[in-house]
Write a protein that binds this ligand. Sequence first.
Ligand code: SF4
Length: 471
Amino acid sequence: MHECCGVFGVYAPNEDVARLTFFALFALQHRGQESAGIATTDGKRLQVYAKMGLVSQVFSEDSLSRLSGDIAIGHNRYSTRGSSRVINVQPIIVGSGSNTIAIAHNGNIVNAEHLREELCDLGYTFHTSTDTEVIVNLILSSPDKDWVGKIRYAMHRLQGAYSLTIMTNHSLFGVRDPFGVRPLCLGSINGGWVIASESCALDHIGASFIREVEPGEIISITGNGVDSYREEVGRRGLCIFEYIYFARPDSVINGRLLYPARQAMGEGLAEEHAVDADVVMGVPDSATAAGIGYAQKSGIPLAEGLIKNRYVGRTFIEPDQRIRDLGVKLKFNPLPQMLDGKRVVVVDDSIVRGTTTPQVVKLLRRAGAREVHMRICAPPLRYPCFFGVDMATRWELIAAQKTIPEVRDFIGADSLGYLSIDGLIKAVALPKDIFCLACFTGDYPIPVQLEMAKLALETMPQLGHPGGKQR
Ligand code: SF4
């Protein structure tokens, strides 16, 4: 499962804003490994440098030194809407003269197709296939005179998830959709200001965390300081997967540090799905903390049974068939000394399509594990995500097609236990009604366009019926 993007913005006239943005994007690399980009302005013109690849591959001293200015925004991308091509990299710059803006987007706009058609009819042209270009053209099409008014106009028309950093020649904006699906926070640095997807980016560049950007809020940063404008918000919909998997464990979202939240998920699993076993391990890195939580609660010793190759990221070198056949072995190497003859509890963050988990189970058995008991922090995923998570169609979601015992047999485990929704909420320790839980419940906080729902159905083998087995 992939999240789609990380965004960053900095307004700091006395700083090397491009370099700060580089290191912030470096800290946000886990949110997208497909492309990276930085846009800056010196007050007269906006410029951008963006390419396919990891942050460290995209930028050099030379490219950073050419990005001068007082304001910068940056973006790490994993494509969910708009294909994986260099033309779709962000930030994008659109407009002309004083009516020019740069934008970086994390999320997914569910009514993008409809808005794109409307804007095309008004004479707007599109150069990319991303919904981000729809947002930017919507802002530019606003009859309002000032930028806050223009952004507000767009917010009233957009449906979906968007955490944005936006830059004009003289201002920086941070914008979060009224549901607050994706995180966004505000910080300060040496008299300047920063906006980032996650607080870990602030820590890495020596910025201080100030607060979250609230759902429906526009933060405007200019030479006059910081202003806040709020849109009316109704139902909230923060993606629970930020806590389970997407965000880094050292980030704080809604006042809750993620590491102890993940540990508490493991504790919850130990309470809900106890089993006699010799060792517990979390699948690194996303379930490491949950593995520790399970071990502490159950009293079963913790072991490191899988070593992760930490430098596996997105590569543009195609593996040959022999390498491809190694599958998950490219990512993990088991430690037979820790596993041989043992009954092992394995804690993982989620099971989506069920393609990786059977390989992990096989790997552990081959390394000598006598029993493998899978414990999963996310409840069964039965509905697709329309808000920027590249998950799967409903047809591909294994828990939408099989009962839990069938999933257990399919992955080849001796037992399988998913954390309940109530157990998950207890672990996160925040009110349930601030979250989107749609991929477990099918109750979407944002009305999902009929066409998108239809598309999800049409990609299933039996047209018009949501998959073979319905549970
Ligand atoms: S549907 Fe699931 S993955 Fe998508 S935003 Fe909601 S909780 Fe997150």
